[in-house]
Design a protein around this ligand. Structure first.
Ligand SMILES: Cc1cc2nc3c(=O)[nH]c(=O)nc-3n(C[C@H](O)[C@H](O)[C@H](O)COP(=O)(O)O)c2cc1C
Length: 211
């Protein structure tokens, strides 16, 4: 088995280290964050760090790279207070990946891909029409990760749009039916297969399948 020690991690070429570290913490989600500037220029960027923060109130978080260069997603939601989170599905991986390209702030990634802006219920940020599961979020707060200058951004989930047939009777959403994608590192796109759903485990009781 290959074994990397901390010293080797520090000394390896930075691209190799980035791939290794990004991949070995497991599959991540893939979402497109949609925003619009005060001037009305839309922006779309792929993020693989969106995580559940809490369900009451409904909140999510994501990690934003350090503000050492202009980050359009960040400046837009700071200006307007709103962003959308659009799940990447199998049909849109190439366009989703392309949104990571560095475009100037006056160029919208919507205009450089086949992804389509969609506005729902007067929400102040664009959704992605081709995305099956879409969330409308209000910016709440940010926390600096002092160790590397990244920011943990917290958003309140104000709207959820998804096909009704994905939602089970108890609220659980069957993401594999939506062909939602998981990422491996920053360039691998995988299609997960559901194996089972398991009941909440109780001590000394066999764990039951819910499916
Ligand atoms: C698969 C993938 C996942 C990414 N995840 C993140 C992320 O979680 N946080 C981040 O700050 N950048 C992430 N990026 C990089 C952004 O997509 C990229 O910097 C983008 O240009 C940011 O756009 P903006 O400046 O318009 O906000 C990711 C890139 C790829 C390809």
């Amino acid at each position: 088995m290959k074994h990397f020690r901390q010293k080797e991690l520090e000394q390896m070429p930075s691209r190799f280290r980035a791939h290794l570290i990004n991949s070995c913490t497991g599959y991540k989600s893939a979402n497109l964050l949609g925003t619009i500037s005060k001037k009305g220029v839309t922006n779309l960027a792929v993020f693989n760090s969106v995580v559940h923060i809490g369900s009451n109130p409904p909140m999510l978080g994501f990690i934003l790279r350090p503000l050492t260069v202009k980050r359009n997603t960040y400046s837009n939601f700071k200006e307007t207070g709103y962003f959308t989170v659009n799940q990447v599905n199998k049909e849109i991986i190439t366009d989703a990946h392309h949104t990571a390209a560095k475009y100037e702030e006056d160029v919208s990634e919507f205009s450089k891909t086949n992804l389509t802006e969609s506005y729902l219920d007067d929400f102040a940020a664009p959704y992605v029409a081709q995305s099956t599961i879409k969330l409308g979020c209000r910016y709440l707060n940010e926390y600096e990760i002092k160790e590397n200058g990244c920011l943990l951004i917290i958003g309140q989930i104000e709207h959820i749009y998804l096909p009704e047939d994905l939602i089970h009777a108890d609220g659980w959403v069957q993401l594999d039916k939506a062909e939602s994608i998981a990422t491996i590192g920053l360039d691998g796109y995988a299609l997960p297969t559901l194996l089972d759903r398991l009941a909440y485990p109780k001590p000394n009781e066999a764990t039951k399948s819910l499916l």
